[in-house]
Design a protein around this ligand. Structure first.
Ligand code: FAD
Length: 398
């Protein structure tokens, strides 16, 4: 019996590592990813300022998994038949037939058909993007403006990095963060939004909420209100769209995470509606937690199929429940833990611990310790005015 995990990001790697422990010995496990490495995407923005961090946030799949890892691009999935079409690195097309599988292919940047945005803006999804953003920023002249479009988790954090990079290099650059919603971090609780907004202002980012991009030309963005904004650099973090391997754009899966007869789906590739009927935000934290439920369900289905006929097993249901949210804003950070929002050094330490804890959980111990060292160095350098030593509880209420 073959179990296939398609994609090895947060969802796929967590799922595969859990299945390595949970599956019966006769089940074979294969992981397919277009890359040979797992990318710790929630730290990707750090590479814009600290290119050396690329090593700490890149984990070899072969080193962390014992099962077969196949490098290929998944171009189509038949979730009922258990069939994935693969394109190998040498351009050949192969079919992978599996008994039970999971789609964990993540998402791509959405440009929403806005004229000129795909052509002129740089997205932030891959290491190459982070390096390109750094290269473009360092090529700016004093007085230029760097515009970041979209103030979700990635937009907030890359704007913070650019502002900190400008400070470090003593560059006179305006970093401008645009968000069409009335608040930054639109999918998150109000107390978190306020603290993130304040941290961005403290970092020197100019924040424009309620401001939508209409179209872009090579040096000018036209906003939906008709006004123009000149730029020297344009970074686009305005949203996500699903994998082209799926016939629908981020199809909805219910709490049992079932995409088709023999296929489950986890992470940004799909829109999960949890057991309370709540839409789950696209995030690493949700992807990791949902993956453990998918692992239970895959193991249940495998055991059922081994046993022959009979009713299908009752599947576990995912309930969205994360302890909190964390973002970095340059050398500062904002953490929401329960009802309390923290900023400053405690929040930064928490973010580092969470990042390192995740790396440790996927077996990347060296990367985990290196990340802590690098990040705490950042903290030490900035101790003092920029990062207060006390916990700042900015809100106890939502
Ligand atoms: C800069 C940035 C900062 C972020 N910060 C946070 C944060 O602070 N907290 C948080 O919770 N979330 C954060 N996120 C969001 C988080 O990274 C995503 O929600 C998370 O990566 C989703 O996990 P995933 O496993 O679904 O997809 P991914 O992690 O994107 O993994 C998808 C995997 O599938 C592979 N793949 C994709 N397409 C194919 C294909 N066709 N064939 C084969 N393989 C394929 C990819 O190589 C990759 O390994 C951030 C994202 C960015 C970009």
């Amino acid at each position: 019996m073959l179990v296939a995990v398609l994609g090895a990001g947060y969802a796929g790697l967590t799922l595969a590592r859990t299945l390595e422990r949970n599956l019966p010995a006769e089940a074979e496990l294969v992981v397919v990813d277009e890359s040979t490495d797992h990318l710790v995407q929630h730290e990707l923005h750090r590479v814009v300022r600290r290119p050396g961090l690329a090593d700490e946030i890149t984990v070899s799949l072969a080193d962390t998994l014992d099962c077969e890892v196949r490098q290929a691009t998944v171009t189509a999935v038949d979730a009922d038949a258990g069939e994935a079409t693969l394109e190998t690195p040498d351009g050949a097309t192969e079919t992978l037939n599996y008994d039970v599988g999971a789609v964990c292919l993540g998402a791509r940047t959405a440009f929403y058909g806005l004229d000129g945005v795909r052509e002129h803006a740089t997205p932030l999804k891959r290491l190459a993007d982070a390096r390109e953003i750094r290269r473009e920023f360092l090529g700016l002249a004093d007085g230029d403006r760097a515009v970041v479009g979209g103030a979700g988790l990635s937009g907030v954090q890359v704007a913070g990095e650019l502002a900190a990079l400008a400070d470090e290099r003593e560059m006179d650059i305006e970093v401008c963060l645009l968000e069409q919603a009335p608040e930054v971090a639109p999918a998150f609780p109000a107390s978190f939004q306020r603290a993130v907004h304040d941290a961005l202002l403290d970092a020197g980012v100019s924040v424009r909420t309620g401001t939508a991009v209409d179209h872009a030309e090579s040096e000018r963005i036209t906003l939906a209100n008709g006004s123009d904004l000149d730029y020297g650099q344009f970074v686009w973090t305005g949203g996500i769209t699903g994998s082209s391997a799926l016939s629908a754009d981020r199809p909805v899966v219910r709490a049992d995470l079932r995409l088709g007869d023999v296929t489950f789906a986890v992470g940004d590739a799909v829109r999960i509606v949890d057991s309370d009927g709540q839409a789950v935000p696209a995030s690493a934290s949700a992807a990791i937690r949902a993956a453990t439920v998918a692992a239970d369900n895959i193991a249940a289905l495998v055991n059922h199929r081994r046993g022959g006929s009979g009713f299908e097993p009752r599947l576990s249901r995912y309930r969205f429940n994360v302890p909190g949210w964390l973002v970095s804003v340059g050398d500062d950070a904002v953490a929401k833990v329960g009802p309390t929002v923290l900023t400053g050094r405690p929040a930064l330490a928490l973010k580092t611990t969470v990042g390192a804890g995740y790396l440790g959980s996927v077996g990347a111990i060296r990367e985990a310790t290196d990340l802590v060292r690098e990040e705490l160095d950042i903290g030490d350098k900035s101790a003092g005015e920029a990062v207060p030593d006390d916990i700042i509880d900015v809100s106890e209420t939502e």
